[in-house]
Design a protein around this ligand. Structure first.
Ligand SMILES: NC(=O)c1ccc[n+]([C@@H]2O[C@H](COP(=O)([O-])OP(=O)(O)OC[C@H]3O[C@@H](n4cnc5c(N)ncnc54)[C@H](O)[C@@H]3O)[C@@H](O)[C@H]2O)c1
Length: 274
């Protein structure tokens, strides 16, 4: 490869901020990036839990801090990014992971729930991108990773506001990829299927299911999502821009959306309880 291409391509990301990193998918991503050698700010409204997970990473010899962040506030974003840059000297990677997944059809989603879902999942991610971009452009280097969902492109009954917000994230990912392609900034999306997280377990319980359905196949782990994020952050990541990386064991291309995880015998039983 010619040396000028090496100069362009081989800059490695060193510092990341991951939102919603106090637990679940965000924590899995933070753990993988820290283990790969990045300094990581674990940002969350649950500031104490984020700091305690950062301390656990420091105990392992990794670089990590906990940062209080409410993604719906632009002021909070500016403070969180300043704190990260002051502590680690720069910011190279933004992972927009914080999100909620409320249930409800179009008819049974009330306005407050719609607003909350759009604010956290969509506007919150945009505010992070907006706050990070000036530094990314100044350094001619930045990696944006949005955590979407199989539901970004594959609707499931009862996930109305969530599906719309995640489809919006896909549009935002690709819009930003196009707008900043000449600024050393990439914008990609990881779209997981069903991930075993504290938030998802609470939702299961609310729907009367104490656990994930028995026999469930191909449940994704937060670490799997971290590995996918690492691909987009790591040495090959700058060749990839505007991508949707489905991490869903084929769910996004299946005819029976939502059902391929379950053994045949359990399909109907599970459907009736949704
Ligand atoms: N669990 C799944 O099956 C699944 C599948 C596909 C995509 N996802 C996506 O992964 C992301 C994380 O999901 P999870 O299952 O780990 O959820 P979770 O509820 O376990 O964790 C979400 C985290 O986000 C934080 N958070 C919530 N609102 C916030 C705000 N306003 N500001 C900052 N932090 C905030 C919470 O405190 C929490 O730590 C979400 O965007 C979700 O849509 C999850």
């Amino acid at each position: 490869m010619p040396s000028d291409r090496l100069d362009t391509f081989n800059r490695l990301a060193k510092v990341a901020i991951v939102t919603g990193a106090a637990q679940g998918v965000g924590l899995g991503i933070a753990q993988v990036l820290a283990a790969k050698g990045l300094a990581v700010a674990l940002a969350d409204v649950q500031a104490d839990q984020a700091e305690s997970e950062a301390e656990a990473l420091r105990q392992k010899g990794f670089q990590a801090i906990g940062v209080g962040l409410d993604v719906v506030s632009s002021e909070s974003w500016i403070e969180a990014i300043q704190k990260t840059e002051q502590h680690f000297g720069a910011l190279d990677v933004l992972v927009n992971n914080a999100g909620i997944s409320p249930r409800g059809t179009a008819e049974f989603t009330d306005e407050a729930l719609w607003d909350q879902c759009m604010d956290i999942n969509l506007k919150g991610s945009w505010l992070g991108i907006k706050a990070a971009l000036p530094g990314f452009r100044a350094r001619n280097f930045g990696r944006i990773i949005n955590i979407g969902s199989t539901r970004s492109t594959r609707p499931l009954r009862g996930l109305f506001a969530y599906g719309v917000s995640k489809a919006g994230m896909l549009a935002m990912t690709q819009q930003v990829a196009v707008e900043y392609v000449n600024d050393g900034v990439t914008s990609n999306m990881v779209a997981p299927g069903w991930v075993d997280t504290p938030g998802e377990r609470i939702l299961q319980q609310r729907h009367g299911r104490p656990d994930f359905p028995a026999g469930l196949k191909n449940l994704i782990t937060p670490g799997d999502v971290g590995d996918a994020a690492w691909y987009l952050v790591g040495p090959s990541g700058d060749r990839v821009n505007g991508l949707v990386l489905y991490l869903d064991a084929g769910l996004a291309v299946a005819d029976d959306a939502g059902m391929i995880y379950l053994p045949d015998a359990q399909h109907n039983r599970y459907e009736q309880r949704l």
